[in-house]
Design a protein around this ligand. Sequence first.
Ligand SMILES: CC(C)(COP(=O)(O)OP(=O)(O)OC[C@H]1O[C@@H](n2cnc3c(N)ncnc32)[C@H](O)[C@@H]1OP(=O)(O)O)[C@@H](O)C(=O)NCCC(=O)NCCS
Length: 333
Amino acid sequence: MESSIKDIEYYLPENILSNDKLSREFPEWSAEKIEQKLGIRERRIAGENETALDLGQKACEKLIRKYPKEQIDFLLFCTESPDYFIPPNAPLLQDRLCLRTDIGAFDFNLACSGYVYGLSIAKGLIAADISKSVLLVTAETYSKHIHPKDKSNKTMFGDAAAATLICDTEKSGIGNFALGTDGTGYDKLIVHNGGFRNPYDPNAELIEYIEGSYRTNNNLYMNGPEIFNFTIKAVPIVVEQCLERNNVTIDEIDYVIFHQANKYMIEYLRKKTKIPQEKFHIDMLMTGNTVSCTIPIALRNSIDNKVIKSGDRVLIVGFGVGYSWGATIITIN
Ligand SMILES: CC(C)(COP(=O)(O)OP(=O)(O)OC[C@H]1O[C@@H](n2cnc3c(N)ncnc32)[C@H](O)[C@@H]1OP(=O)(O)O)[C@@H](O)C(=O)NCCC(=O)NCCS
């Protein structure tokens, strides 16, 4: 059985964090400088009592308004900001959405590669006749992991959720996958404390980890230059592998959506992979890097703006935390 993306919706929290506000906090970076470097003007931040589960629920409600929810027979929830260690978010969301109880539901913990991995799981479930209609939720609130004085990460990341419905179809709309993992990079994008290896430390030391950016080991740490080096090695290879596995050349691809990490880095990657500018999507100005949500947000916006049309072949590539990366080619119906 083949599968395709039937629809995508996303939800952004109401609270806006603009570059103007950030540059008042961190005067050494002007609003223009942040936008020029990262391609980001503002990002949305979840409220104090608003979690990734809440955002995910709102994205799903927008989606299931359009479809009989009784048809959904699998729920996948991708997040690194779950409500609890135990239980996972997926059963809570099944209950909140009043989905059937005779369905499969589980969480998986991935970041910027999460959307591509989610599609690969959905495709596998449908191919194995385990499911006919998978609801894939990607939802993230990195703002809750970031230290309030962390200039570098605060300018980059935004909170969001996306809901994607993947259904069985006669014609394949999700191609073959190229996936990758290299755990040697596990500590380049990490929250050190809070798990069982290193418990949360209320007295954790404040560290100026790069000039003007502070964190403790309870917060998100990103080694930007190392992430940059990893992507320039991994992304060109996975793009090549994905094209080969789908037996196409880049000329036969209508559109390319990379994980919207930041404009500086993905423009560099575009040039390195020789993807023509007119096929390359940049869409993070008003949302920032929303981790596992950047690709579905970009897909939704490109379909709405009629940049992607029915029948277009779109190469999507996710990469980040882990390190973990992946690519596939989807056809929009
Ligand atoms: C983080 C990153 C943007 C930093 O860029 P960089 O060029 O290595 O940064 P540097 O510290 O060498 O600074 C170069 C210039 O950019 C500026 N700059 C760096 N980060 C900036 C930011 N967030 N906003 C505005 N300006 C920034 C610096 O102030 C400096 O300006 P100057 O030349 O006027 O002095 C870059 O390493 C990167 O893209 N890493 C990948 C991170 C990522 O996308 N992670 C997401 C997960 S996949």
